[in-house]
Design a protein around this ligand. Structure first.
Ligand code: ADP
Ligand code: MG
Length: 254
């Protein structure tokens, strides 16, 4: 019975997510349609024309951003692969090299466990990329990013052996209000620059590994910053079937 309930819950969540994705994609598409109409009408005014073109391009890139975030539950292999998570972190950091050096961020690595886990590397890269991108976006120039890997037992599921990976930053931190709204897809404080899907997708992926995501964040002037800490069981393989859209997000621990 618990299994059926969980399945139902999952379907409800997927239904809701589909509706909100449709909504989010529909808005920019409507604007693009209007803008194209205006461009047609204002063919002879190059200034206006250029202005509409720029707006249409911006709206279009928003659609692309949304579809990238939701559709890249990428599995480049059909079976999970054993990897060392530090390698995946380094790959992702390399991808963000430019942003990191532009902001002159320092990176501290504490790789205390070299234990391997069975993952679909594409998915795990996406999880790390979402957390690292958020950390970079939250920090100001000269800030600090900290990556830590250690072996751990799960706090809620007593005795489950696994690995804990944390991504910490000394950035703005999150207010209580922001923390409460984190579970909702499309919740963003970044306006046009955010999709509000990164953490949602991250949780959906982690839940298929029997893992979870914890959060500690403070906006106090003395020790502002955020730590996202994910737990991955070492003895579990990720679910073989991909429920597109993932499972319902688990509440964030403090
Ligand atoms: P997006 O980054 O597109 O806004 P996310 O799901 O990745 O969407 O994050 C949702 C919101 O959570 C962000 O808009 C931001 O307000 C907050 N957030 C996430 N990570 C951090 C962080 N490291 N520091 C401060 N705020 C964060
Ligand atoms: Mg993000």
């Amino acid at each position: 019975a618990a299994e059926i309930l969980r399945e139902n819950q999952k379907l409800i969540t997927i239904g809701r997510l589909t509706a909100s994705i449709a909504h989010e994609i529909n808005n920019p598409l409507e604007s693009i349609t209007n803008l194209l109409y205006l461009m047609e009408a204002e063919r002879n005014d190059p200034n206006k024309w250029k202005q509409y073109l720029t707006l249409a391009q911006r709206e279009l890139s928003r659609v692309v951003q949304i579809s990238k975030q939701t559709l890249t539950f990428s599995r480049e292999t059909t079976v999970p692969v054993r990897v060392q998570l530090s390698e995946l972190i380094e790959e992702v950091v390399a991808l963000y090299h430019r942003k990191i050096s532009e902001k002159n961020l320092r990176i501290l690595r504490q790789y205390e466990s070299a234990e391997q886990v069975s993952v679909f590397p594409g998915e795990m890269r996406q999880v790390l990329s979402n957390l690292i991108a958020n950390a970079i976006e939250a920090t100001s120039a000269g800030g600090l990013l900290k990556f830590r890997i250690r072996s751990a037992r799960n706090w809620s599921d007593q005795g489950v052996q696994g690995i804990r990976v944390s991504v910490a930053d000394d950035g703005s931190g999150m207010s209580a209000e922001v923390r409460h709204r984190l579970g909702q897809p499309f919740f963003t404080t970044k306006g046009q620059h955010g999709t509000g899907l990164g953490l949602w997708v991250t949780r959906a992926i982690l839940s298929r590994y029997g893992g979870n995501l914890q959060l500690r964040s403070s906006t106090s002037p003395e020790r502002h910053g955020t730590v996202f800490s994910m737990f991955l069981p070492t003895n579990m393989r990720p679910l073989a079937v991909i429920p597109r859209g993932g499972a319902s997000p688990s509440p964030v621990g403090e």
